[in-house]
Design a protein around this ligand. Sequence first.
Ligand SMILES: [Ca+2]
Ligand SMILES: [Ca+2]
Ligand SMILES: [Ca+2]
Ligand SMILES: [Ca+2]
Length: 158
Amino acid sequence: MFAMQHAKAAGMAADTDDDGDGVLDTADAFPLITLGGLTDTDGDGRPDVCDAACQALGMAADTDDDGDGVLDTADAFPLITLGGLTDTDGDGRPDDCDAACQALGMAADTDDDGDGVLDTADAFPLITLGGLTDTDGDGRPDDCDAACQGFRYDRRYR
Ligand SMILES: [Ca+2]
Ligand SMILES: [Ca+2]
Ligand SMILES: [Ca+2]
Ligand SMILES: [Ca+2]
């Protein structure tokens, strides 16, 4: 298939995949270094894992293997992109996970805002408590100052 593409470009057209690794130059983090057999989950030309030999070529490992904007170190599903799904707390686990999402291997977040109060018990499941004290653990802070009311809780906390 690549050979065909090269044949097509045999005129004077520029090669759109200079290193011939299947990732087009426009999307390739390392357009002049072939991935070889290395796995590149999100197809950005940056390998998921980059060992010494890989680094010697001048490449570096991808820090967001699935390219969904959640770094591997914080991503509950580092090899499954969120796609367009909402992830309020940015942990790589979507707020809601329908059948298609589950088929990919993901599961819905049970604490969408990541404040330690599960959605089922959280008065404000999409607004994190941040550092506010919540003695009874219902997701509603003991005290809500002006900043809390205006910025975090808006009109909902009154
Ligand atoms: Ca990659
Ligand atoms: Ca990710
Ligand atoms: Ca989440
Ligand atoms: Ca919560």
